[in-house]
Design a protein around this ligand. Structure first.
Ligand code: HEC
Length: 161
C-alpha cells in the first residue's frame, strides 16, 4: 500500500512539473493581456495555403487508396479532408462559401462512391472533383495554381486493403 501511495505521489509530482515547465515554455513567447495573447494565437492559425497542402495530399492519397482497394483508407482521407476544410472555412471566412459548395457538389458524391466501394463511380467522381478544385482556383484569382494528380501516391501508407 505505501508503495502504491508513493507511486501516486511521484506521478502527481511529475504531472505538476510537466504542467509547470509547459507553462514557462509557453510564457516565453505568449506575452501580454489575455486579448493580446488570443490575437497572437489567432495570427498563427493556418490559412488556406497551408490547409490546401494537406487537402491536396489527402486527395491524392485517397485516389491511390481507392485504386488499391483500401476503401477504409480512402474513407478516412475523405473525413480528414472535410475536417481540415473546416479549419480553412474558419480562418478564411471569405472562402467558406465556395469551399462548402465544392464539398456539396463534388466531395459528397465522391464519398458516396467510396462508401459503395465502386471504383468506376469513384474514378468518374474524382475526375469531376479535380476539375472542381481548379475551377475554384481560377474563380479565386489563383488560376496559376493548377492541381495535377501525382503519378504515385503522395503518402507512405499502403493501398492494400
Ligand atoms: C475555395 C475554393 C477552393 C477549392 C474548392 C480548392 N482550392 Fe485549392 N486553393 C484555393 C486558394 C484560394 C488557394 C491559394 C491559397 C492562399 O495562398 O491563400 C489554393 C491553393 C491550393 C494549393 C497550393 C498550396 C500551396 O501553397 O502550395 C494546392 C496544392 C491546392 N489549392 C489544391 C487543391 C485541391 C487538390 C483541391 C480539390 C480537392 C482544391 N485545392 C480545392 C482555393 C480552393
Amino acid at each position: 500500500m505505501p508503495n502504491f501511495r508513493h507511486a501516486l505521489l511521484a506521478a502527481g509530482c511529475i504531472a505538476l512539473l510537466g504542467a509547470t515547465s509547459h507553462k514557462v515554455h509557453a510564457a516565453e513567447w505568449l506575452q501580454g493581456t489575455p486579448d493580446e495573447k488570443a490575437d497572437k494565437l489567432a495570427e498563427i492559425q493556418p490559412g488556406l495555403g497551408t490547409v490546401m497542402l494537406e487537402y491536396s495530399f489527402r486527395f491524392g492519397t485517397m485516389y491511390y487508396a481507392a485504386q488499391g482497394g483500401n476503401w477504409k483508407l480512402a474513407d478516412y482521407q475523405m473525413k480528414e479532408m472535410l475536417e481540415i476544410q473546416e479549419v480553412g472555412e474558419t480562418t478564411r471566412p471569405a472562402r467558406a462559401k465556395p469551399l462548402k459548395d465544392f464539398e456539396e457538389k463534388f466531395l459528397n458524391p465522391l464519398e458516396a462512391a467510396i462508401k459503395a466501394a465502386n471504383l468506376k463511380d469513384f474514378n468518374a467522381k474524382f475526375a469531376a472533383a479535380q476539375t472542381g478544385c481548379n475551377e475554384c482556383h481560377t474563380d479565386q484569382k489563383f488560376g496559376f495554381i493548377h492541381y495535377e494528380l501525382p503519378k504515385v501516391s503522395p503518402s507512405p501508407l499502403s493501398n492494400k486493403p
